[in-house]
Each structure stands twice: as structure tokens, then as C-alpha cells.
Design a protein around this ligand. Structure first.
Ligand SMILES: Nc1ncnc2c1ncn2[C@@H]1O[C@H](COP(=O)(O)OP(=O)(O)OP(=O)(O)O)[C@@H](O)[C@H]1O
Ligand SMILES: [Mg+2]
Length: 249
């Protein structure tokens, strides 16, 4: 069952990558916004747990920051280091020209904190992840590979957010689950071939309630459906009837 702990938390026994995808406007950012907000207030995440959002679109997460506390998006290493030190949530707005380098440096910094501070853990949310990750196993930035392979032992987790499913097998082997909003038809073959998921059946269900979403657990192979997010108090709520343990055809 999906909840904010297993969406954002790390587990020493399962892969640390989660994927979230759905077409533009399907509700990914809205849901993640409210879920991050709830998680940031939750005692399930330790005092030194950090939520770091890397948003190349510069869009949709600003309301997570408290301007009264002088929290603003940051776009260079100096700002990132300071924000991660001081704030529960860090919002990074990279410039296109140096987004690749900044991503690598940010992850290096998070690793260094995780290795040196006992209570430090983090959730790293990478928006528009296909900007950085291609379909070939070698087309993944080194630090993302490091995150995916070594992150879980250090309490780190990685969320890859995208409009289409990532056509990268390596990422899949490192993923714990996928949260699926309304999908493009171009993804239906991939869903079927990779996981035996039936796009039409999932889409029929998601279409019946705007902004609803599904979660497919790649370890238990359970598919569950969730209500559209309403607020950040109970951000993730299973749909009545049929959610839970359906193994798709
Ligand atoms: N659960 C919801 N309840 C009410 N409105 C919602 C909900 N989810 C999304 N919306 C509205 O739909 C719009 C699009 O949602 P959102 O920005 O989350 O889409 P997205 O999947 O992140 O799209 P993109 O891939 O283009 O970033 C938002 O402006 C928001 O107001
Ligand atoms: Mg979005």
C-alpha cells in the first residue's frame, strides 16, 4: 500500500528509486506537493531528513517554501548547501546550461552529508528526469547511478518524475515502484512488455476520476488505485473497492 513513508522514505531492503509518471496536467506535481508537505511535518521522517526537489521546469513547488522564513528556490551550490543545512525542504531551480553539472554536484553533496552525519537522510525528487536519463544504460549520470545503487544503505531515496515512462532498463532494476497518473498511449506497449500491465484497463479506471492515480509495486507486483489528492492532511488515500492487491492481466 502506498503512503508517504514508502513514497519518500528509504528502506535498507528494497531499491531506493521510485518512478512517477503521467501525461502533462495529470496531477503529478499537485500530488507530490501535498505529499512532500505532509511528509515534511511528519514524525516518520527524522529531524535531519531533507526533501530536495530538483526542478528544471521552475514550476509548481514554490508553495512548499515559506517566504516569511526567507526560504527561496536556489540555483547554485552555495545556495543549495545553505538551504539543505537550514531547511527541511530545498527547492532547486537549475539553469539549463549547468543543470547537468549542478545535479552531479548536488548529489555528491547529499552523499557527503549522509556519510558524515549520523542522523542525516534525504529524499531527492528529480522532475523531468528524462532530461537527464536516456534509454541506454550508459546514458545515466554517474551520480544518479551512485544514488540508485548506494543510496539506500545511507537512508537516501530517489524519485524520478516524468511525463512518459522511462525507457531505461537499468533504472527499472533499481526501482521499487511506479506511481502512474494518466498515461500516453505510446507507453502502453512498454507497460505490457515490461510489467504485464494493461494500459486500457488502468486508463479506464484513472479516466473515471480526474487526478486519481495508481501505484504498482515492483516487488509485490500489486496494483492499487488512489483517490485524487485533496489536501496535505491525508495526502494518499486508497480508492474504495478494488484497490490493494490486484495482479493485472
Ligand atoms: N488532485 C487535484 N485536485 C484539484 N486540482 C488538481 C489536482 N491535481 C492537479 N490539479 C490541477 O491540475 C493542474 C495540473 O496538475 P499538475 O501541475 O500537478 O500536472 P502535472 O502532471 O505535474 O503536469 P506536468 O507534467 O505538465 O508538470 C494544476 O494546476 C492543478 O491545479
Ligand atoms: Mg508537473
Amino acid at each position: 500500500m502506498l503512503d508517504i513513508e514508502n513514497l519518500f522514505g528509504s528502506s535498507k531492503t528494497s531499491p531506493c528509486v521510485r518512478q512517477v509518471y503521467g501525461v502533462s496536467g495529470s496531477g503529478k506535481t499537485y500530488m507530490l506537493n501535498r505529499a512532500v508537505k505532509a511528509a515534511s511535518k511528519s514524525s516518520s521522517f527524522k529531524k535531519f531528513h531533507r526533501f530536495v526537489i530538483y526542478d528544471i521546469k521552475h514550476d509548481g513547488y514554490g508553495c512548499l517554501l515559506n517566504e516569511k522564513k526567507k526560504e527561496y528556490p536556489v540555483s547554485d551550490m552555495e545556495g543549495i548547501i545553505k538551504s539543505i543545512r537550514d531547511n527541511r525542504i530545498t527547492l532547486i531551480y537549475p539553469e539549463i546550461e549547468d543543470a547537468d553539472f549542478l545535479l552531479e554536484d548536488t548529489i555528491k553533496h547529499i552523499f557527503s552529508l549522509a556519510q558524515n552525519l549520523e542522523d542525516f537522510s534525504a529524499t531527492f525528487l528529480l522532475e523531468e528526469s528524462s532530461t537527464f536519463i536516456g534509454s541506454h544504460p550508459f546514458s545515466i549520470p554517474k551520480q544518479i547511478k551512485r544514488f540508485a545503487t548506494q543510496g539506500r544503505s545511507l537512508g537516501l531515496s530517489l524519485l524520478l518524475v516524468n511525463q512518459r515512462s522511462l525507457n531505461n532498463k537499468w533504472c527499472e532494476t533499481q526501482s521499487q515502484g511506479i506511481t502512474i497518473f494518466r498515461l500516453s498511449y505510446a507507453d502502453s506497449e512498454l507497460l505490457k512488455n515490461r510489467w504485464g500491465l494493461n494500459h486500457d484497463e488502468i486508463d479506464l479506471r484513472l479516466r473515471s476520476k480526474k487526478f486519481s492515480f495508481a501505484h504498482y509495486d515492483l516487488e509485490s507486483l500489486n496494483l492499487s488505485f488512489y483517490e485524487p489528492i485533496k489536501d496535505d492532511k491525508r495526502p494518499i488515500e486508497a480508492m474504495k473497492g478494488g484497490s490493494g492487491t490486484t495482479r493485472p492481466n
